[in-house]
Write a protein that binds this ligand. Structure first.
Ligand SMILES: [Zn+2]
Length: 385
């Protein structure tokens, strides 16, 4: 659709309303108008449009605010994002599984995965498994499919350009594969960017931040000026592939010494195994070890390296807030504190200003839902979440 100044303004207002309802369900038109600083008449028109599209619905709520929308001649009934029928299929590609969920627009920030199929290196095999899973999910014609992938992703083209941990996905045509199964537009979002998008929307974060996820890999995504930061190439904040001097481990990207080989789940398990000789390094045993022995060198060195690298990223990007997701949130509190202190020591802003960090839940489902709403449901002038 051709973009005009009017359509861009309207879309921006629609996004404001949808994002406000993602953060807090059940708001009256007057409440929305106050929080968005636009007139109740304007909000009323946007709400009517979004209701016609089936994006939002009225909440049957007897406790509506007495003044909610009354000045615009509207009922005071609050509205929320539509919950009646699944409209978006969210899919997450990982090393072993493709996780799936069929979600209404108003599924909320804690929406869970509903099904998973084993990952395959063959696109035809994976397509067949997705078709089988489609029946279980029970949504035939969704409005959109949102797919998250690790690695370096060309979100606009829907291609994985480079994936150190899932090399074979580089040949997949994800829009064609998911589109053939569900017959709907497909948007591809790099997984850490999906998590950052969810953090911005669901946690109500108004300041810019760097999100760092400690998972199968180690990735980052920055939100700058309220938007996901995108550089000249579709790759940014890739702190997992910063080389740490003296680290001999070989990385899936082909380099030697990347931080990811220390700070991913596999990396930290390997360090624990090498230091303790534990032949069965499960996560539970590692947590017990930290509880009984404190932060030993096998973990301290990884926290130090991670903190220094994150601090370097803050210095380069000009950010002072960090959201940490992944395994540090599943460790004793002292681990998160140690990581936070390391990154503060490495950030120039902390010498005279305040650097803050928070441990946050990983909300990829919510991030995918938000991306699908923005890129497909409210689409009009391109993908720019
Ligand atoms: Zn690497």
């Amino acid at each position: 659709m051709r973009s005009t100044p009017q359509s861009r303004v309207r879309r921006r207002h629609e996004r404001f309303v949808v994002e406000a309802l993602l953060r807090e369900d059940r708001q009256t038109r007057a409440e929305l108008a106050r929080s968005l600083d636009v007139s109740t008449v304007t909000v009323g028109k946007i709400v009517d449009d979004l209701m016609r599209q089936g994006v939002i619905e009225e909440r049957d709520d007897a406790e509506a605010a007495p003044d909610g929308g009354a000045s615009a001649g509207r009922p005071a009934r609050p509205v929320g994002l539509q919950r009646r029928a699944p409209r978006v299929v969210a899919a997450e590609l990982s090393r072993r599984w493709v996780r799936l969920a069929a979600l209404p627009i108003g599924a909320g920030r804690e929406a869970p995965w509903q099904a998973s199929v084993p990952m395959s290196r063959s696109q035809p095999v994976l397509t067949r498994r997705l078709r089988e899973a489609k029946r279980a999910l029970g949504v035939d014609r969704p409005w959109a499919v949102a797919v998250s992938t690790p690695g370096v992703t060309d979100d606009a083209g829907g291609r994985v350009l480079f994936s150190p941990n899932l090399h074979w996905t580089e040949g997949f045509d994800l829009p064609a594969m998911f589109g053939s199964v569900w017959g709907a537009p497909v948007c591809v979002v790099q997984e850490i960017r999906a998590a950052a998008l969810a953090h911005r929307l669901c946690a109500g974060v108004s300041e810019d931040f760097l999100l760092v996820d400690f998972g199968e890999g180690l990735g980052g995504a920055a939100v700058v000026d309220g938007r996901l930061y995108q550089g000249a190439v579709p790759l940014s904040a890739e702190i997992g592939h910063v080389v740490r001097p003296g680290n001999p481990r070989r990385c899936g990207c082909g380099a030697r010494g990347c931080l990811e080989t220390l700070a991913s789940v596999r990396g930290v398990k390997r360090s624990y195994k090498e230091a303790t000789g534990d032949a069965r390094p499960t996560w539970g045993r590692m947590v017990k070890r930290v509880e009984s022995h404190g932060i030993e060198p096998w973990l301290a060195e990884t926290l130090e390296a991670s903190g220094e690298t994150i601090g370097g990223a803050l210095n380069v990007l000009g950010l002072r807030h960090v959201a940490i997701t992944g395994w540090p949130t599943r460790m004793p509190e002292a681990v998160g504190l140690a990581l936070g202190h390391c990154l503060e020591r490495s950030t120039l802003w902390a010498r005279f200003g305040r650097v803050t960090w928070t441990l946050a839940p990983r909300r990829r489902v919510a991030g995918l839902l938000a991306a699908a709403i923005d890129r497909v449901v409210l689409a009009g002038d391109g993908c720019d979440v």
